[in-house]
Design a protein around this ligand. Structure first.
Ligand SMILES: O=C(O)CCC(=O)C(=O)O
Length: 308
């Protein structure tokens, strides 16, 4: 049988990079199932716990047909602190930060290596009701993959990269949380989401392959295939929380207009244990926040941090 887990010269898993991370939804599902079969009991435990959480905790539902939910300011007590801290970090680090590869979006403001236990970012990410909502939606207890602070601003270039509709290829289903740390109107480049079922329809209609040619889809094609109704520009005041499955939902953001207010965001990414972010052996050696797990954390929190 073909060895799916060989690595190439750069150390990337060949199967992962050549066939499966990028490719058709069906092929990626198949590969994720293979990764899951390799994980065995720990994955079963995560799925069982997600079921228990679904039965016992029904706060913050993320409807499966939509693939996203928007929660107003005031829903979570940590959010005011996240908004304040995000603004402070951006103000303090703006001059020193090295620009990334996007002229319209600066990421990497949060030095995640130095997250303390009382950080509002960590307290929010490890809230029982946040984890329960995500686990219920994904059907499995997720792994925390990223916490960050972002700033988007107007750029002279034509819309490109994540300013155009796409679906994220690092998992088959995942949940990102965007906490707006500034008021976001149309001019400040709101996250724009296409409902998951309409996204299915668009993928099927254009033969979409994740990460390959045609990975970015124009607004015109989206409008023609699904119409405007299932497309949602998520505007909102500072403190709005957007929970979105960016693998199932086509999405774009950061189209900050000239004269628009920059968009500031507290960012969180929760993936499944079979995410393509991790090597085929699984998340245990690489989950980025596993070092934050303590013995007195609950089993659920230790799972989310990737320690078990
Ligand atoms: O709001 C944005 O800038 C788009 C973000 C995005 O595409 C993503 O996080 O996958």
């Amino acid at each position: 049988m073909k060895n799916l887990f060989r690595t190439n010269k750069q150390g990337h898993n060949k199967a992962l990079w050549n066939y499966f991370v990028k490719g058709t939804p069906r092929r990626r599902q198949w590969y994720a199932a293979r990764l899951g079969a390799k994980q065995g009991a720990p994955l079963d435990a995560r799925q069982r716990l997600a079921k228990e959480l679904a039965a016992s905790n029904d706060s913050h539902e993320i409807p499966h047909r939509d693939g996203f939910a928007v929660l107003p300011p005031g829903t979570f007590p940590e959010v005011d602190d996240i908004v304040g801290t995000a603004r402070e970090i951006i103000a303090a680090r703006e001059s020193e930060i090295t620009p990334g590869n996007k002229d319209f979006l600066q990421q990497g403001y949060l030095d995640a290596a130095h997250l303390s236990d009382d950080s509002p970012f960590l307290r929010f990410a490890l809230r029982d009701d946040v984890i329960a909502a995500i686990a219920r939606y994904l059907g499995v207890v997720p792994v925390l993959a990223k916490i960050d602070v972002w700033k988007s601003d107007n750029a002279p270039s034509q819309h490109h990269a994540s300013q155009l509709y796409h679906c994220d290829w690092d998992d088959t289903t995942q949940l990102k949380i965007f906490i707006y740390a500034s008021d976001v109107d149309t001019a400040s480049g709101p996250l724009t989401l296409m409902e998951a079922e309409a996204s299915d329809k668009l993928r099927a209609s254009i033969g979409y392959t994740y990460g390959r040619k045609g990975y970015r889809v124009s607004d015109e094609v989206a409008d023609r295939v699904v119409g405007r109704e299932p497309q949602h520009e998520v505007t909102g005041a500072a403190g709005t929380a957007v929970l979105a499955d960016t693998s199932r939902c086509f999405h774009y953001g950061s189209r900050v207009q000239q004269g628009g207010q920059p968009r500031l965001v507290g960012f969180f990414q929760f993936v499944t244990p079979t995410s393509f972010l991790f090597p085929p052996e699984g998340y245990k050696q690489t989950a980025p926040y596993r070092g934050l797990a303590r013995d007195d954390h609950s089993e659920l929190v230790r799972m989310v941090l990737g320690a078990v």
